[in-house]
Design a protein around this ligand. Sequence first.
Ligand SMILES: Cc1cc2nc3c(=O)[nH]c(=O)nc-3n(C[C@H](O)[C@H](O)[C@H](O)COP(=O)(O)OP(=O)(O)OC[C@H]3O[C@@H](n4cnc5c(N)ncnc54)[C@H](O)[C@@H]3O)c2cc1C
Length: 401
Amino acid sequence: MTVIDTPLSADAQKVSDLVDDLLEQYPPASTPAREFLGQQFDRGLAWVHFPEGHGGLGLSPGLQRSINERITAAGGPNSMSRNPIGYGMCGPTVVVWGSEEQKQRYLRPLFTAEEIWCQLFSEPGSGSDFAGLSSRGSRDGDEWIVNGQKVWTTLAHLSRWGLLVVRTDPEAVKHAGLTAFVVDMHAPGVEVRPLRQMTGEAEFNEVYFTDTRIPESEMLGKPGEGWRVSLTTLMNERVSIGGTIPRKGSGSIAALVNAWNDLPEDRKDAVTRDDVMKLWSRAEVLRLTNIRANQMRKMGDPGPEGSIAKMASADLNKDILAKVVDLLGADGMLYGSYEMIRPETAMESDTLQKAFLRSRANSIEGGTTEVMKNILGERVLGLPGDVRVDREVPWSQVPRN
Ligand SMILES: Cc1cc2nc3c(=O)[nH]c(=O)nc-3n(C[C@H](O)[C@H](O)[C@H](O)COP(=O)(O)OP(=O)(O)OC[C@H]3O[C@@H](n4cnc5c(N)ncnc54)[C@H](O)[C@@H]3O)c2cc1C
């Protein structure tokens, strides 16, 4: 087969030259990770679609993939695995909604993972219906006082900053009464308690706010714009969770192929081979769909294709890892320890058994599969909307328990 090298576009060439320069001047093998990431940020290679001076070059987000691939291949560090909520969701929200001072203050240490971030949206009474949340924020001079409880807060135990949404106007309809802030996770009145998962680990937490003071300057957007701010976060969350583009045959599907290869010959029957091939094909279709969605993605606005990727990748990953554990046979039941640990990162597993248990969360975290189906049904297929009885009612008058 003849491979034809297509010439790089001017933008792709510019990015490629900058990556060459980064790798030459700061060889990953001899450069501390934070220094390397700082240099990557300063060259505009952190989020290439962000504006210049804020970790980007104002170019197409599709170019980020080749940057990441080259840096990974050279053994360089990865901001996404060190600060997943920060890199995937909080950075993209700060760049759209933050003041110039906030962007200057937060983006670089977020990217270098010197400062870990968490997302404080979900509450015990509002997950899917996140706009119905009850945590309150009230103005006191040039500060806001926050009281309430958040839940499922990934990596809150390591976080320096949190992206917080609270209700500041209970008399407005639910979506209109929300306001977003950057909250200092070390401020008085912030308490983080571990929540243990079925893996034994506690990568997420409950977070309690008791008279926590936040300066007005830490608001993102304006009072009442919290819903619009959080849509930026949620759209990016879906792409960040479901839209990653692994190399062909890598990731959990590689684990399945390995498990198949390791099977004794008498267990390699036609039905199992068929199951493995179907999953492999689904993985490849999703990978190609994500490549296409990534090319089409508008600057900074992932759009509904993020919900497709999120939904499809959740179901696929669960199915692949369930099949891996099946193929492992009795070994699939061997689990090292359920001792509670506080992991340094989220969404990563060092054994296949743990990856299987962790994958059960895929169709819940970042919006459930059922809710993704509602979004796609309404926004893409134009089907009739979900029943929303509280839409026109002031939040304070909506019945709740
Ligand atoms: C591993 C993990 C990490 C997480 N990390 C974070 C985090 O860092 N920050 C954060 O803020 N949150 C986080 N979450 C919370 C997550 O966003 C919520 O769990 C999710 O949005 C669902 O909300 P819920 O758990 O309250 O379930 P509910 O909203 O109570 O849903 C219960 C069930 O009802 C279904 N359902 C609800 N509404 C509808 C509807 N309109 N139509 C059809 N079905 C519906 C749901 O699909 C689900 O099956 C995390 C969750 C997990 C599992």
